[in-house]
Design a protein. Structure first.
Length: 306
């Protein structure tokens, strides 16, 4: 059931009723004759209609039934009308509130702003503050926390994963969930701990549903990652998983083809060696991959002993 409209000439009341319909999820109006919207290319149903200060405006041909009622002259001089009561006992608003839509930053503009902010950071703490103020990555709007890094501000080994997960989003630190706990045990097996490494991701906010970051999201964060590598100055970079390896190394091959292989990478003014490894989350799902991961860990230990 919907509230009855006894006086169709009450235009403020009509606007309040239509606003109530909108809030309840009504997204179209029915007329006496069906409308063939497929015959109107480029125009979605109801396009051009809005409510403002109790007046319906728009293309009359788009909604004849509403137009006939909204454009009918009032029977009495216009005067403030009391708000009609809704079904749940609360008065309906006289005007519809303006929708608040998120404003997406164009990728090029986001990358330019990120590069300017990142270059101005002289320390890792300043870079973290710049990231906290950055609004060019859409992931920030849906995440709870910024997950910058954990470990040492400067380290010989820098591990770069894909993106924060749920546990990381809650804690505000990367690699603290089950995959992070396995990563700590893997590092401990070759004599490393959190105080000796620097751990981060290619994006600093959790993607909704733990999905893979889009190229646009990763590119918006790229200037911060480049500056982070410069400030940490690692001898060795370890991309964890396929998404991180493709972004860090700029390759298209899958992780199984490139894991355990060394290459040279340059981030800003810093040059270092890089070796991709399987992501700990993959090892949790596929324990058979731990054999390959152990070989890569031994390779890493041999490189650090030189």
């Amino acid at each position: 059931m919907v509230p009855a409209m006894t006086d169709v000439d009450d235009r403020p009341g009509l606007a309040a009723l239509l606003a109530w319909y909108r809030d309840m999820g009504v997204d179209c109006a029915l007329s006496d004759e069906p409308e063939n919207w497929l015959a109107r290319p480029g125009r979605p149903p109801g396009a051009g209609w809005s409510l403002s200060a109790g007046t319906a405006t728009g293309d009359v041909a788009e909604a004849p039934a509403l137009a006939a009622v909204a454009n009918r002259p009032p029977a009495v001089p216009a005067s403030p009308a009391p708000a009609r009561a809704s079904l749940i006992g609360r008065p309906l608003p006289a005007t519809a509130p303006a929708p608040r839509l998120p404003q997406a930053t164009p990728p090029d503009a986001a990358e330019t702003a990120a590069r300017t902010a990142a270059r101005a950071a002289a320390t890792i703490d300043e870079l973290g503050a710049a990231l906290a103020a950055f609004t060019g990555c859409a992931l920030k709007a849906t995440a709870k926390s910024l997950c910058f890094y954990r470990g040492a501000p400067k380290a010989r080994v820098m591990l770069i994963g894909e993106a924060p997960g749920r546990e990381e989003d809650l804690a505000g630190r990367p690699f603290v969930g089950p995959a992070g706990q396995l990563l700590d045990r893997m590092l401990a097996a070759i004599g490393l701990d959190e105080s000796m490494v620097h751990i981060t991701n290619i994006v600093y906010w959790r993607p909704p549903g733990n999905r893979t970051p889009t190229p646009q999201e990763a590119q918006a964060c790229r200037p911060f990652l480049e500056r982070q590598v410069e400030l940490v100055a690692p001898d060795v970079i370890i991309p964890l998983g396929g998404a991180a390896a493709k972004h860090v190394l700029d390759v298209t091959e899958g992780i199984m083809r490139i894991r355990g292989q060394w290459s040279e990478v340059t981030f800003g003014a810093h040059r270092s060696r890089a070796m991709p490894m399987l992501h700990p989350a993959y090892l949790l799902r596929t324990p058979a991959g731990k054999r390959q991961a152990w070989r890569d860990l031994l390779t890493l230990r041999a490189a650090l002993s030189v």
